[in-house]
Design a protein around this ligand. Structure first.
Ligand code: PBG
Length: 327
């Protein structure tokens, strides 16, 4: 009888590692950090055990931990005081805005660290939407672009190494590229949240960043989770507008989209393993229902296999620790 003996390549750990197709490296990880106004604040986010809102004075210790673990890039989110929020989210583009101050601080003390700035207005608007509103409460696309451009330039001026716009306005990559170039930041790349779905998986993030919309939802600008071909149209326009990285978000329920986008475009691919995905795994792990390490590493391999190069994940510090231990 003739048949194939697949098991020959699985006989031992060394044999398996010889034929292993995908690996997770610490270089693949981007760690999100929430910087909050105030002093001596380290608030654990209820729905995200192990993730904190951290005030500026405690940021150095946090960054030292990140560096010691070998993590090479962070993405910064700002949590300003409620009283500072306004209709157009001006805290997003002030020179003394919380992300600008945090970026300067990190680049001063950890110059090698790649600092990614999330370019959006929702954390800074009093209504919680990602742009300015018309009288009906709908986000005005083109007026918002002007503010996003200003936000990106101020983030670059503060020293951000990569601009990561997450707002899902049409034309945001073109507007931001133009703004950066005009201000002399030709060398600063754009990591576009090209394919971002209107997702329930962002729930815990909105607790962490106090950025939930006060009314309505984001379905007029973020994508419908039912759509696949539209993802390619979104990615294509961003590539034409000059994106340097493409992101798909969320990750777990959208691995087919990661693969589609990867097959179509030759840019570095990023998956955002979002807050709700982290929360589900942490909750099960804390209940003793799953093996957290094995589940997270399997998921990371899934992301790599589906075609992404980089993963933004709240598990980054855990993963870095596990990778160290296994060496
Ligand atoms: C800002 C932004 C959001 C996330 C990243 N940037 C929230 C949103 O669109 O409502 C979500 C990240 C996560 O859930 O981990 N627009």
């Amino acid at each position: 009888m003739e048949f194939t003996r697949h098991r020959r390549l699985r006989v031992s750990e060394n044999m398996r590692s010889l034929v292993r197709e995908n690996h997770v490296h610490v270089e693949d990880l981007i760690y999100p950090i929430f910087v909050i106004a105030g002093e001596n604040v380290k608030n654990e986010i209820k729905s995200m055990p192990g993730v904190f809102q951290i005030s500026m004075d405690l940021l150095k210790a946090e960054m030292e931990e990140v560096v010691a673990l070998g993590i090479k890039s962070v993405i910064l989110f700002g949590v300003p005081e409620e009283a500072e929020k306004d209709a157009c989210g001006s805290g997003a583009f002030h020179d003394h805005g919380i992300v600008q101050v945090a970026t300067r601080f990190v680049k001063e003390h950890f110059p090698e660290m790649i600092v990614i700035a999330d370019t959006c207005l929702c954390e800074y608007t009093e209504h919680g939407h990602c742009g300015v509103l018309d009288e009906k409460g709908s986000v005005i696309n083109d007026e918002t672009l002007v503010l996003l451009k200003q936000t990106a330039v101020s983030q670059a001026q503060a020293g951000a190494d990569i601009i990561a716009p997450s707002n899902m306005m049409d034309g945001f990559v073109a507007a931001i590229r133009e703004g950066l170039d005009e201000a002399g930041f030709h060398h600063i790349p754009i990591m576009s949240y090209a394919v971002k779905y209107a997702s329930a998986f962002y729930g815990p993030f909105r607790d962490a960043a106090n950025s939930a919309p006060k009314f309505g939802d984001r379905k007029q600008y973020q994508m419908d989770p039912a759509n696949r071909l539209e993802a390619l149209r979104e990615a294509e326009s961003d590539v034409l507008e000059g994106a340097d990285f493409l992101m798909v978000k969320p990750a777990m329920a959208f691995m087919d989209i990661i693969r589609d986008v990867k097959n179509e475009f030759n840019l570095p691919m990023v998956a955002y393993n979002v807050s709700g995905e982290y929360a589900m795994i942490k909750a099960a792990a804390l209940n003793g229902w799953i093996d957290e390490k094995r589940i997270v590493m399997e998921l990371m391999l899934g992301f790599k296999r589906s075609g992404c190069n980089l993963v933004i994940t709240y598990h980054a510090k855990d993963i870095a620790r596990w990778l160290k231990e296994s060496r």
